[in-house]
Design a binder for this molecule. Structure first.
Ligand SMILES: [Zn+2]
Length: 374
């Protein structure tokens, strides 16, 4: 029965309040099944009834059913190379409380990282006055690919991890169900469910921080060829004679756009500032190299993956308008004719917490909108 609960909840999330008749039509469930499912959802508080304003079949005000976003909560976690974001959200991935802290993730002990995260989740839940039983799960977005069952971070070349069982560690620490997702796939999922990518069939998210990652969501599902979900845009080789990349190859896009390269090109030291690419732009030669190689790699990605929308996050999400202007003029001639009119590049709509919201979106898909909770 759980799968029907998930189906009804997704309709209410995506289409707004519905009368029972509309719900029956959209869900294609039998009247008996729908009655059973809605009664169950009303009882556990996932949905509520409200006066729809219209009239029902016998002249009484029709009752509409809507999602109750505050009924439950999930935690979303983003593990970056040197910092961690944690958020607690409602059923629409709206943040109720959030925090972030620096943590020496590179070379760090995953058990210590998870302990610190679980303490943060408990503190945020308390701050947002969410009772323990209303917190239904945790989604952890990690750098690098994850295993097909989404229990482990398989490998992060920038952090040095191999096969870290984050979901098991988190379940032990927090006594809540947990799931891991490739970080940029999680961000892509959040944009496609709750952000700028609603109603977009294929969304490619490109995220630049320490390195450059990408994630693709097709028809609402993270694209998962080979089971792991990472789209290695950063490791497209844009020149054979370039610098060594952490992946073992040379001349990858990432070698031209990684944070350390951009910091060097800007003459900056220390930790990367906000609007890093605006600093790079002041060095026209370095800026041109970044834009040219990004354009080349994106042209390959567009021809291979045919995204309807490309979303930029991290440093790219804060890039000067001139980057978007250049891409909008330079990219179309480099892609197949049928893709030229479709090209659409936008900034992330989820802001600096996009990674943690991605974790929350992953948890919501897995523990709530799948019907598992019911
Ligand atoms: Zn590489």
């Amino acid at each position: 029965m759980g799968i029907h609960h998930g189906h009804v909840l997704r309709i209410l999330r995506d289409e707004g309040p519905q009368s029972r008749a509309e719900l029956a039509r959209r869900s294609k469930l039998s009247a008996t099944t729908l009655t059973h499912v809605t009664a169950h959802l009303l009882k556990d508080g996932s949905v509520i009834e409200l006066e729809s304003g219209g009239l029902g079949s016998v002249g009484r005000p029709a009752q509409a059913i809507r999602l109750a976003p505050e009924a439950y909560a999930v935690a979303g976690v983003h593990i970056g190379a040197s910092s961690i974001q944690v958020t607690v959200t409602d059923l629409r991935a709206s943040t109720k409380a959030a925090t972030s802290f620096d943590f020496a993730v590179k070379g760090g002990d995953p058990t210590a990282i998870v302990k610190r995260i679980s303490e943060a989740v408990n503190k945020l839940a308390e701050e947002a006055q969410i009772e323990a039983e209303r917190l239904i799960g945790v989604g952890i977005s990690v750098p690098g690919p994850v295993d097909a069952a989404r229990r482990k971070a398989i490998a992060s070349i920038n952090i040095g991890w191999r096969n870290v069982p984050f979901a098991d560690l988190m379940e032990q620490a927090l006594s809540k169900p947990a799931i891991v997702e490739h970080n940029v796939s999680a961000m892509a999922l959040a944009e496609s469910r709750y952000g700028i990518g609603k109603d977009v069939p294929a969304l490619l998210y490109v995220y630049l921080r320490t390195g450059l990652g990408a994630g693709l969501v097709v028809d609402g599902m993270p694209f998962r060829p080979g089971g792991h979900g990472a789209v290695e845009l950063g490791h497209i080789q844009v020149t054979q004679s370039g610098a060594a990349c952490a992946c073992g190859n040379t001349g990858c896009l990432e070698t031209f756009v990684r944070e350390s390269t951009l910091m060097h090109a800007s003459g900056l030291t220390g930790s990367a500032p906000e609007h890093l690419l605006a600093h790079v732009e002041k060095n026209p030669e370095a800026w041109d190299v970044v834009v040219r190689h990004l354009t080349s790699a994106l042209a390959s990605a567009v021809n291979l993956l045919t995204p309807d929308l490309i979303v930029f996050g991290g440093h790219l999400g804060e890039a000067p308008d001139s980057l978007f202007d250049r891409l909008r003029s330079d990219l179309p001639p480099r892609v197949m004719p049928h893709m030229r009119d479709i090209l659409n590049i936008q900034r992330s709509s989820l802001g600096s917490q996009a990674g943690a919201i991605g974790g929350a979106a992953t948890a919501l898909d897995h523990f709530f909108y799948s019907g598992v909770l019911h």
